[in-house]
Design a protein around this ligand. Structure first.
Ligand code: CIZ
Ligand code: SF4
Length: 303
């Protein structure tokens, strides 16, 4: 263990802290984390863990969700600028406008959204639990914000609902092209293509499996296949390789990196813990309103 890791361990004890890391952060940061996972798993953990302090190695909406669910805890972000651009591609005005047009409507927000948007939604979802939750909603019309690609994928899988889409997108997943995936398939014809539903419809049409990061890891781990082409942010390779040392994982030709997730470093984890800085704070009325959508997600996703 090096000096910085020792220091982090001391600070963790002193501040009763736990380190949560998303699959998309740097391998070194995943290496010092107590728990690694997707936003559904990590938001559940943030609410359940007994620690007083949570260091959230991820982007703003993740730390915000942890704080919304656990207001009594101190939630620290190693990099205060790490944010998800998609989370800002919709706002409450969009929601008010659609609510006026439909009676029998559920507004469903992807967890990649701001607290203000969550506060106006009926339920929050992640890519790991969206299908399960939307199938349980009684409303016929579903306004899905902000990701249009994930929305279209869900709409295809739940044809009994009428979806209204927003026009948000993830710049990282949007940059996968059919050309680059076909190139990868030509280079590795035995490999199965595993793609995240934030990719375009055309890219998803080339996939053997479509799922969240945790879904992709589970599929690759359980599969008899030994070789895969991965269409999501490449941070997921760290856990894929650790869990499957005898399998091969390829990336499409151009590298796909979420620069916001990569802003988190081990040094910044140590710094935010030492100074108790970059604390997530929310006005209490906003927190209470946003908590409803997140708590409903945890209930509907549970069984
Ligand atoms: O839900 C998450 O953690 C994200 C952002 C991606 C995924 O599919 O896990
Ligand atoms: Fe946002 Fe895309 Fe980065 Fe995920 S990979 S945090 S959706 S920009």
């Amino acid at each position: 263990m090096n000096f910085l890791e020792n220091k982090i361990n001391e600070l963790k004890k002193e501040k009763d802290a736990v380190i949560l890391a998303h699959y998309y952060v740097n391998d070194e940061v995943q290496g010092i984390a107590d728990y690694i996972g997707d936003s559904y798993y990590l938001s559940k953990l943030a609410a359940e863990l007994p620690n007083r302090t949570i260091v959230f190695c991820g982007v703003a909406f993740m730390g915000e969700s942890a704080k919304i669910l656990s207001p009594q805890k101190t939630v620290l972000m190693p990099d205060a600028q790490a944010d998800c651009p998609m989370a800002h591609m919709t706002d409450v005005a969009d929601i008010f406008a659609i609510r006026k047009q439909y009676d029998d409507l559920a507004v469903v927000c992807y967890i990649n959204s701001t607290a203000e948007v969550k506060a106006e939604c009926d339920v929050c979802v992640t890519s790991a639990n969206a299908l399960k939750i939307i199938r349980k909603l009684e409303q016929k019309n579903i306004y899905f914000v902000p990701d249009a690609n994930l929305g279209r994928y869900l709409a295809k899988s739940v044809p009994e609902k009428n979806f209204i889409f927003n026009n948000g997108f993830c710049p990282v997943h949007m940059s996968f092209t059919t050309g680059s995936v076909k190139e990868a398939k030509t280079a590795w014809p035995q490999a199965k293509v595993l793609a995240h539903p934030e990719c375009t419809e055309e890219v998803l049409a080339l996939a053997d499996y479509i799922g969240s990061t945790s879904g992709i890891i589970k599929y690759a781990t359980d599969s008899e296949t030994k070789e895969f082409i991965i269409c999501t942010e490449e941070g997921v390779l760290c856990q894929l390789k650790q869990k499957n040392p005898t399998k091969t994982f390829h990336l499409v030709p151009q590298r796909k990196i979420c620069e916001n997730m990569k802003k988190v470093t081990v040094q910044k984890v140590a710094d935010c813990l030492e100074k108790t800085e970059n604390q997530v704070e929310l006005p209490e009325d906003l927190r209470l309103d946003a908590a409803r959508a997140l708590e409903r997600m945890l209930v509907l996703a549970a069984d």
